[in-house]
Design a binder for this molecule. Structure first.
Ligand code: SF4
Length: 351
């Protein structure tokens, strides 16, 4: 399957991106900016010489990506790179500042309110911290059963059976439906979070660090559950994680983000065996992975720059061991460097 990602300078061949299959989801130049203006007191303070200023942060900058039905796409990057913001835009929790999201070929922004509601139900999010994302005062039966009832997926009479079926599906005992979240272990609470997402019959799950807060043995069980659900329900995943080992294990393709932009995308085995982008290489060198024979891990040089004042040209240039003079001035565009492999680095121009 050939997949693609592009920037403005490299218009995405969308259908080619998913091997001719209509993508289930397309991100077209998605961008999220957070800006602030000064309030009265801050303006006065600034006049008096205080160092306060307005800011405009591009948390996500011009990201395009097509995801095929049934695919697992891993999204990786250091903390603060914009991956959670991107996941929230995909899940409809946060509106983009510009760009658009297409569900099964249809731009969500031009759908009727009813079509948009239906499409949003099909894309659900599983959060990192199940304790923080589950209402402690609600019983599990209501946490799982409320949304499908409110959205007319099941009637009040059908709700209990629906909840029991979903609980079984995620490996929870349905006789515990009357309990509260604090009466479950961390792994069970994450299963409740997954059950809540599944209850509205989605076909796309955005998993944001969904196993990061769990013990390693429980992580493996939850990852296996995600893969079983993919097989049984035909689910598609955007799997956001800082853990390269997890992504290598489950993702068909991996997307690497740095300071709000995607820098590389490739089928997972190829990305992990032969990363193209210097940042991907640095990330892999830094991460201790189960299958690596390397004992000395090389930390990435320098700190991640502030998104409030990103470096000019290639944002990675202050940390890149291969930076050229051009890299400080000119932003590299995403290019297809091999079939299905995309990277944004000036070094590829010499190939
Ligand atoms: Fe390094 Fe230049 Fe490539 Fe950026 S464009 S990753 S600075 S070589």
């Amino acid at each position: 399957m050939t997949n693609a990602l592009s920037s403005q300078a490299n218009p995405e061949p969308r259908r080619a991106a998913t091997g001719g299959v209509q993508p289930i989801l397309e991100l077209a130049h998605l961008t999220k900016r957070f800006s602030s203006s000064l309030d009265f007191a801050e303006r006065v303070a600034k006049r008096l010489g205080a160092k306060v200023q307005e800011y405009d942060v591009h948390a996500v900058d011009d990201v395009s990506l097509s995801i095929a039905p049934g695919e697992v796409v891993g999204l990786v990057g250091e903390s603060g790179c914009g991956k959670t913001t991107l996941g929230r835009m995909v899940a409809g929790i946060m509106p983009p500042s510009s760009g658009q999201l297409l569900y099964k070929g249809q731009p969500m922004a031009v759908m009727s309110p009813e079509q948009a509601r239906q499409a949003k139900l099909k894309i659900q999010m599983v959060f990192q911290d199940p304790m923080a994302s589950l209402n402690p005062r609600m019983r599990v039966s209501e946490i799982i059963g409320e949304a499908p009832r409110v959205h007319g997926i099941v009637s009040r009479k059908e709700q209990a059976d629906h909840v029991a079926t979903i609980m079984e599906k995620v490996g929870l005992d349905p006789t515990y439906a009357a309990r509260f979240p604090h009466q479950f272990s961390g792994g069970q609470r994450q299963r409740i979070g997954i059950a809540r997402a599944l209850a509205v019959r989605p076909d796309f799950l955005v998993c944001d660090e969904s196993v990061a807060a769990l013990d390693v043995s429980i992580q493996a069980q939850i990852i296996n559950l995600f893969m079983e659900l993919r097989r049984d329900l035909g689910l598609t995943y955007l799997f956001i994680s800082h853990d390269l080992g997890v992504v290598e294990h489950i993702a068909d393709r991996t997307v690497i983000m740095y300071l709000g932009r995607v820098v590389e995308i490739a089928p997972t085995p190829e990305l992990f065996s032969q990363p193209n982008h210097p940042y991907s290489r640095a990330l892999l060198d830094e991460a201790p992975r189960v299958d690596t024979r390397k004992r000395i891990f090389a930390p990435i040089k320098g700190e991640i720059p502030s998104p409030l004042d990103p470096p000019s040209g290639c944002a990675f240039h202050p940390r890149c061991p291969h930076a050229l003079p051009r890299c400080t001035m000119e932003r590299p565009q995403m290019r297809e460097v091999a079939p299905g492999r995309f990277s944004a680095c000036h070094l590829n121009d010499a190939r």
